[in-house]
Design a protein around this ligand. Structure first.
Ligand code: CP
Ligand code: NVA
Length: 316
C-alpha cells in the first residue's frame, strides 16, 4: 500500500495503479465510516493545512478526515504565517517538516506548491492552485464510478471556464479512459500544454478529448455534465466582463435535453445559480453535487493514508 509518488501535486503525476489504489481505499474507508467501524490508520499523525484562499469543503473535509483517521489537523492561515510576510517557501517547507507529518496547501501559484514539495521531507498535497485541483477531480471520478459503475468509455461534458478544475478533470479522464468534451468561450480555453500532455496519455487509455466553443455539441449524449464558476478565486475583478463572455455557457434544461436521459450533473461548488448552472438543474434528481461534496472526505482520507501512512512512509 502506498503511492509511487511522495506528493499529490497533479493527477498527471499519478500512475494508473495510484489512481486505482485511491479509488479502492476511498470505497473501503467510506464503507467503514458508514458501518461505524474505527479506522485509525493515521493515529498520532498531524496534517498542517495552509490556506492562502477561502474554503468550505476542503478545510472541513481534510480536518474531519484527519480526526476520523485518528490524527489531527492544524488550520494555518497563510496571512497569519511568516510566509505571508515573505518567509521563503523553501524555509517554511523545511520547518513544517520538523513538526507535522504532511502538508496540505491551497494557494494561487502552482510553482509555490512544487517548491514546497521539493523542500519538504514529508508529503505535500495540492488542495487547489490556479492551475489544478487534483483532490476535487479524483473525487469527481470516484462519484461517477459510484453512480455509473464504470469510468472507461463514459463521456463527460465540461461547460465553462478553462480553469484549474478542467485541467485536473482532463488529466483524470485521460488516466482512466473516460472521454471529455470541453466547451469554453473563445479566449477562455484550457492550457494547451496540459491538454497536449493529456492527449498523449489518452492515446494509451483510449480516452477522447475534444475542445469546442459549443456547449450543445459538448453535451450531446454525455453521461456526465460538469461546470464550475465563471470567475475563479482571484478573478473577482473580471466578474463583469466574464458575465458577458460566458453568457450561454450554462448547464440548463436545453443542455440536459441533448445529454443522455440518465446523465448526472456535477459541480465542484461553490455554485453561482443563474450563471454557470440553473437552480432547476442544481436541485434536480440528476444533480449529484452533494454526494460529490461528501466524497471529498473519503477520497482525501484515502490520499492521506496512501501518502502519510506507515506503509507509505517506509517505502520512501
Ligand atoms: N470545491 C472546493 O474545493 O470547495 P471549497 O473551495 O469550499 O474548499
Ligand atoms: N475554479 C474554482 C474552484 C473552486 C473550488 C476556483 O478556483 O475558485
Amino acid at each position: 500500500m502506498g503511492l509511487e509518488v511522495k506528493d499529490l501535486l497533479s493527477i498527471h503525476d499519478l500512475s494508473t495503479n495510484d489512481v486505482n489504489q485511491i479509488l479502492d481505499l476511498a470505497t473501503t474507508l467510506k464503507a467503514q465510516l458508514k458501518n461505524g467501524e474505527q479506522h485509525h490508520l493515521l493515529k498520532g499523525k498531524t496534517l498542517g493545512m495552509i490556506f492562502q484562499k477561502s474554503s468550505t469543503r476542503t478545510r472541513v473535509s481534510f480536518e474531519v478526515g484527519m480526526w476520523q483517521l485518528g490524527g489531527s489537523a492544524l488550520f494555518l492561515n497563510a496571512n497569519d504565517m511568516q510566509i505571508g510576510r515573505g518567509e521563503p517557501v523553501k524555509d517554511t517547507a523545511r520547518v513544517l517538516s520538523r513538526y507535522v507529518d504532511g502538508i496540505m496547501i491551497r494557494t494561487s501559484s502552482h510553482d509555490e506548491v512544487i517548491e514546497m514539495a521539493k523542500y519538504a521531507s514529508i508529503p505535500v498535497i495540492n488542495a487547489l492552485t490556479e492551475m489544478m485541483h487534483p483532490c476535487q477531480a479524483l473525487t469527481d471520478i470516484f462519484t461517477v464510478m459510484e453512480y455509473k459503475g464504470k469510468l472507461q468509455g463514459l463521456k463527460m461534458a465540461y461547460i465553462g471556464d478553462g480553469n484549474n478544475m478542467v485541467h485536473s478533470l482532463v488529466q483524470a479522464c485521460a488516466k482512466v479512459g473516460m472521454d471529455i468534451a470541453i466547451a469554453t468561450p473563445k479566449g477562455y480555453e484550457p492550457d494547451a500544454a496540459i491538454i497536449n500532455e493529456s492527449l498523449e496519455v489518452a492515446k494509451v487509455t483510449g480516452s477522447k478529448i475534444t475542445l469546442s466553443n459549443d456547449p450543445l455539441i459538448a453535451a450531446q449524449d454525455a453521461d456526465v455534465l460538469y461546470t464550475d464558476v465563471w470567475a475563479s478565486m482571484g478573478r473577482e475583478t473580471e466578474q463583469n466582463i466574464r458575465k458577458i463572455a460566458f453568457a450561454g455557457y450554462q448547464i440548463n434544461q436545453k443542455v440536459m435535453d441533448v445529454a443522455k436521459s440518465d446523465a448526472m450533473v456535477l459541480h465542484c461548488l461553490p455554485a453561482h445559480r443563474g450563471e454557470e448552472i440553473t437552480d432547476e438543474v442544481m436541485e434536480s434528481k440528476q444533480s449529484a453535487v452533494f454526494d460529490q461534496a461528501e466524497n471529498r472526505l473519503h477520497i482525501q482520507k484515502a490520499i492521506m493514508v496512501l501518502l502519510m501512512g506507515s506503509e507509505a512512509s517506509s517505502k520512501k
